[in-house]
Write a protein that binds this ligand. Sequence first.
Ligand code: SF4
Length: 297
Amino acid sequence: MLERYVIHVTKECNCDCLYCYEKDKTSEYTWEEIKHLIDKIIKCRTRDEFGIEFLGGEPMLRLDLIKQSYEYLESILEINVVDYIITTNGTIMEKEIADYLSKNRKIRLAYSLDGHIHANQLRVFKDSRKNTYHRVIENINFLKKYGIESTVHMVTHPYNVAMIADSIDYLYKLGIRIIDIGTVESVMKINKEYCDRFIEELDIVSKKIIDGTYSDLHIGLFEWLKPYSDVRSYIKDPETGKTIGESYGRSGNDITHTNDYNVIKCKHKDEISEMIHHIRKTAYDSHQKRLEEVINS
Ligand code: SF4
């Protein structure tokens, strides 16, 4: 598994999603802070090959810092950053950004979009309170003209769990071929009804992949089961208390073992994380079993 380091570039956001877990909505970051983190990541790396993710708030609000980080990391010959993922709410796009992305193909966008318009109703703009759906679709289509495919990350919760299969069908018809599915972990409580429905919906999708309806669709959780032990670590600046980065998928003693930052590990196990792991594993196992049956038939 690839080690991945997350760099926070701003906590400002132009949206106000109803399930947003982020408590810090104002912190900004300087290039000096980010460069210091990058230098530490490189110094403490356990492998020369790793991935980078840019996160916010809304990271596209500080594309300048993303570009600086990318150019700096690419200039260091001893390392190989396999890819750079910008996890974005998908509402910010313009021609210059598309031009930049088409020239720098290692940078990929992962758009947060919870499915079709009704499934996405908790993702809203801060000013107008309107659903972000139309803007995100517009931007995905805009990037397609540049030959840039976007990954979609769907957050599921009790209000849209019954729409997972329909949403995936809808996104597939729009040309989306890589979809990750997550579960809201805080703010909203999931329960047994959510879990049962999640498994049922994923079963519908799995059958359609196996019968060839979605032959070229990649659903992250069908292809790779995140180990339960792989908890995220949050890297905090001891002076300001800001979360400046994160790391996951580690293979050894990396930056999270230095004394330069305060490191907060997510709780290993609680009721919610166990439920989430259980439904993901059930969906993954069922899909793998179906695949095996096809191979052996
Ligand atoms: S896009 Fe939504 S979930 Fe992400 S930081 Fe902004 S308000 Fe929070």
